[in-house]
Every structure is written in C-alpha cells, then in structure tokens.
Design a protein. Structure first.
Length: 329
C-alpha cells in the first residue's frame, strides 16, 4: 500500500519534468535575447528599443496564454451524470446487460447523450462511476473524466479539453510568433557568425543556441498549429481524429461539424475583441454540443415557417434502439 503510494507520488513528480524543461528554456531565451542580444550587442539604441518592445509584447501574450493553459483545470461532468448512492448498488447488483440497461435508460432519459460505444452501449466510466457526456473521456494521467477531452499534454502537464482548448490554441500561436520573432531578428547576426565576423564568444554561443532552439520549436509548433486549426475548422478533438465517435446508428466523424464559422465560434466565442486574449469565451457548457443532423432539421423547420432554435440543443432523442451496457475509456 505504502509502496504504491510512493510510486504514485514519484510518477506525479516525473510529470512535472517536461514543463520544468519548457520553463527553463523560455527563461534562458528571455535572458539571452534581452540581455546579450538586444541590450549588449545591438549598438543602435532605436533598433534595440524597437526589438525589446516587440519582443515584450510577444513574450507577454505567450506567457499569459502559457500560464492559462497550464493552470486552468479541465472541466468535469456535472453531478447529474454521476451515479447517485441509491443507483450505484442497483447497478452493481445487476449482472445481466438487460437489467443494467433498464437502470441506465432511466438515468439517461433526461440527459443529452448521443454518443455510444462501438457495441452501441451507453458510455460509462467505471473509475468515476459516471455516464460519460458526449465527447467526454477518462484521462488515465489525471485519473478523471474530462469534458470534450482533446488530449493530455505532457509539456503543459494538463489535460486539454473544453475549459482550456482556446488557451491551448493561443499558446501554440503565440509561442510560434515568439520563436519566429527571435529567428527573424537574430538572422543577420547569425549570418555574421557564420561568416566568422563575430568575435564575442558569449554572444556567439547565445546567438547560435537561440537560432537552433527557436528554429526547432518554430517548425514543430507550425505543424502542430496547422493540425489544430484543421481540427478546429472540422470540430474534431485529437481523440476523435484518432478514434471516430460512435452513435446509435453507427460511427460518424462529422456529426459535430456544423460549419467552419460555427465551429470556430464554439471555441473562441462571439466577442471578436476577446479572440486574441486567453480569457474563457467558449460557447456552451461542455456537456452537449450542436449536432449536424439537428442543425439541418432546425433549418428545415425554419424554412417551413417554424422558429429556428439556432445552436440550442433540442430534446430530440434518437435512442429508439435497445441499449446495452459497457464501460470504455
Ligand atoms: Zn472517468
Ligand atoms: Zn489528463
């Protein structure tokens, strides 16, 4: 018991190593760029001040979004998805799928759940003892179910999901801009170093490593940002890209895709002025999401002279099928 507790503590400590490495690299890049490059190496004061102003704007936005992505806890399913104490014994006592399915049908009849397991069962987490809302997954690192889980990021030591996906996207964007700013402004100095016209050993080392590290991160971040922009425009999470979600009528990879603009607004919100800032503006509560077929039926109603509900989830229930019980991750 004590041994497993110690191992768990060690594993938790190890999880902080990648984040610590990122913080050390960022602190060193700040010191090398501000002190050795902009202040001591650039002789022209106007250039030096311009570089420093631009750098600090970029560094400020990067640090803010980085902090928000690291410190914002992932959001968890609300209590209505949890098995209440009176329901848990009932569920555990029943051994047959049919008996269990009756319990789940009663619990889920008022919940906005559409996703299923590959066998058509309602998704249930044995660890958290809850019925998983759509797009919710259990994170084995955080040991909890996370709403609209995208992935667990080791570099941020945090789960990326509904509550912090916007912060993660802005973190990718501003860290890429931070690296590109360093690469573009030190390139002339790097060329001088390459031609053997730079004699200060300290500046040489800092410029060389700044160039290498920034270029390496810029290339990686560029691919990652493009990939997440593609996911955002199609309203997919990384987990849904890896494993297509199942519904009562089978698998579908495009059910949450309600158009590029609407997909973007779901994450960044409707207030344009707040798009560039890492403040929470995402739409919805993370438990239910507009579905493609609901949008089309709403549009049809609107075209027939009925009121359109826009993105509001209607109480349409496609569960006209028998439900079996299974637990998945
Ligand atoms: Zn769970
Ligand atoms: Zn996690």
């Amino acid at each position: 018991m004590l041994r497993s507790a110690c191992l768990r503590r060690c594993a938790l400590l190890l999880c902080w190593i990648p984040l610590t490495i990122v913080v050390i690299v960022v602190m060193w890049s700040y010191y090398a760029y501000v002190v050795h490059f902009s202040w001591l190496y650039i002789f022209s004061r106007p250039f030096s001040v311009a570089y420093l102003c631009l750098f600090h704007v970029c560094f400020g936005m990067f640090s803010w979004s980085f902090w928000k992505a690291v410190s914002t806890p992932p959001s968890f399913p609300s209590a209505e998805f949890q098995l209440v104490p009176s329901e848990s014994p009932l569920y555990e006592q029943e051994h047959g799928d049919m008996e269990k399915s009756h319990i789940f049908l009663e619990i889920t009849q008022n919940l906005p759940i559409h996703t299923r397991t590959a066998t058509g069962a309602i998704r249930f987490c044995l660890d958290c003892q809850l019925i998983k809302p759509d797009r919710c997954h259990h994170c084995s690192v955080c040991q909890t179910c996370v709403l609209k889980m995208d992935h667990h990021c080791p570099w941020l030591n945090n789960c990326i999901g509904f509550s912090n996906y916007k912060f993660f996207m802005l973190f990718l964007l501003y860290s890429l801009l931070y690296c590109l700013l360093i690469v573009t402004t030190i390139t002339p100095t790097f060329i001088r170093l390459w031609l053997g016209q730079l004699f200060d050993t300290c500046v040489k080392l800092h410029v060389l490593f700044l160039m290498l590290v920034s270029t390496m991160f810029a290339v990686t971040l560029c691919f990652l940002l493009i990939f997440h922009i593609w996911l955002l425009t199609r309203n997919k999470t990384t987990l849904e890209w890896l494993s297509v979600p199942f519904f009562s009528d089978g698998p579908s990879s495009e059910v949450f895709d309600v158009g590029v603009r609407a997909n973007f607004l779901q994450v960044f919100g409707k207030k344009k002025a707040l798009w560039p800032f890492p403040v929470f503006t995402s739409e919805g509560d993370g438990h239910s999401f507009p579905l493609k077929w609901q949008m089309s039926s709403n549009n049809t109603l609107a075209m027939n002279g009925h009121e359109s509900h826009g993105y509001v989830l209607t109480s349409v229930s496609p569960e006209g099928v028998s439900v079996t019980i299974a637990a998945d991750d």
